[in-house]
Design a protein around this ligand. Structure first.
Ligand code: V47
Length: 374
């Protein structure tokens, strides 16, 4: 028998009724949740949904991020990672370097490479296909989660071919699924200010739809904590929810807090733990058709990511090994966590850790080898 917290904010009671009955929340419910300060009530409701879906389990993986280049033709104000080719600090790896970096890090065998980078004006679709083939050849068991919808749209445009053909060629070369980045926030008003060089929200959704139609799964994200309104956030979540009704291709949603350091928007205050937990909880409540909500520890700190496991999240991400996008924007978290530390964090939150592969199949392992249980 669950003991209920006192709902300080009585306006949330109709939402509690819907959550208990498993009914879909509406735009106005999302707004009421974002406008409420009753974080315990919001977390309590999100935890009901989270435990209904995943019981006491928290998922994690042993992964490695690879960013082949930070050269980017776009100059998004939100970003501290992308550099112009002439910038002395910019880098682009050779294919051999990508393949070599992939094998570096911990002795624990990674089950996933998470591969994203800038919009490089010269690297071709063929170069990326070779990169994927080389990775598959050297690390045949590792799942390649690669390229945001934004990178796909850019490669298609440069190659002067369609999105579908671009995705199919990358898939045939070894791309197994796609990460959720680049979605930012779909509001055109906000995008004009924070990322006006990127594809617009409708294009992001269109690329995701095509990826799902050709049989690939992907993640999805929302960047919050800059100049967006509560309405913009709810609108973003509902657009993802409605694509998911159509394709069922999203696996995990990751709310991403804006990190302002070293960006042209550095005057914007950083998000607080309160905001971060609320975004986890509201997304769990609104996205009733997306199986997993990830509390990305690099972005929100391991401490908050741990508490998030009681506010709607069922995933904490992985070992990561080398993170650049958030660290260029001032993240003070470490760049990596050992598998043992992830186990400890999850257990200390009273949850049962389950190592997963990218598609959430449980993994059994020794340090240097693993088996995906199907
Ligand atoms: O696409 C860029 C965002 C994303 C900043 O799919 C910034 O499993 C905050 O998408 N402050 C990359 N955010 C991270 C990402 C991700 C991370 C972990 C797991 C998965 C997954 C995806 O980070 C970018 C952009 O949306 N970003 N700059 C910044 N200054």
């Amino acid at each position: 028998m669950r003991l209920e917290p006192n709902f300080e904010d009585q306006r949330l009671l109709p939402i509690l009724d819907k959550v208990r009955a498993g009914r879909r929340l509406a735009f106005e419910d999302g707004l009421a949740l974002y406008h409420s300060r009753d974080i315990l009530a919001i977390g309590y409701m999100a935890n009901i949904v989270r435990e209904r879906l995943h019981g006491n389990v928290t998922f994690f993986n042993v992964n490695r991020h690879i960013n082949p280049t930070d050269v980017c033709v776009a100059s998004c104000r939100l970003c501290a990672f992308g550099k112009k080719a002439r910038d002395p600090k910019a880098y682009t790896m050779s294919l051999e370097q990508v393949w070599e970096v992939a094998g570096k890090g911990y002795s624990e065998a990674a089950t996933e490479f998470h591969i994203v980078g800038g919009l490089h004006p010269e690297l071709t679709l063929d170069w990326f296909c070779q990169m994927l083939r080389g990775l598959k050849q050297r690390y045949p068991q590792v799942h390649l989660k690669a390229f945001t919808m934004v990178e796909i749209a850019y490669l298609a445009k440069r190659q002067k071919i369609g999105i579908r053909e671009t995705i199919e060629r990358l898939r045939d070369a070894g791309m197994d699924s796609m990460p959720g980045g680049g979605a930012e926030i779909f509001s055109e008003r906000v995008r004009r200010i924070i990322c006006d060089h990127k594809i617009d929200g409708n294009e992001w959704i269109d690329v995701a739809r095509i990826a799902h139609q050709v049989g690939l799964k992907s993640n999805c994200t929302m960047l919050y904590g800059h100049i967006e309104t509560a309405g913009d956030r709810v609108d973003h979540l509902l657009k993802l929810r409605s694509l998911q009704d159509e394709t069922h291709g999203f696996v995990t949603f990751i709310p991403l807090a804006f990190h302002p350091d070293n960006t042209p928007l550095q005057h914007i205050a950083k998000t607080t733990g309160f905001d971060d937990l609320k975004n986890i909880a509201v997304s769990r409540l609104m996205l009733d058709n997306i199986p997993h909500i990830k509390a990305y520890w690099v972005m929100m700190t391991p401490r908050i990511a741990q508490i998030a496991q009681r506010f709607g999240a069922d995933d904490i991400d992985g070992t990561v090994v080398e993170e650049k996008i958030y660290h260029d924007a001032g993240a003070t978290t470490s760049q990596s966590l050992r598998r043992g530390s992830l186990l400890q964090l999850i257990r200390a939150a009273g949850r049962e850790p389950v190592e997963r592969d990218t598609l959430y199949r449980p993994v059994e392992r020794t340090e240097t080898a693993f088996t995906v249980l199907v």
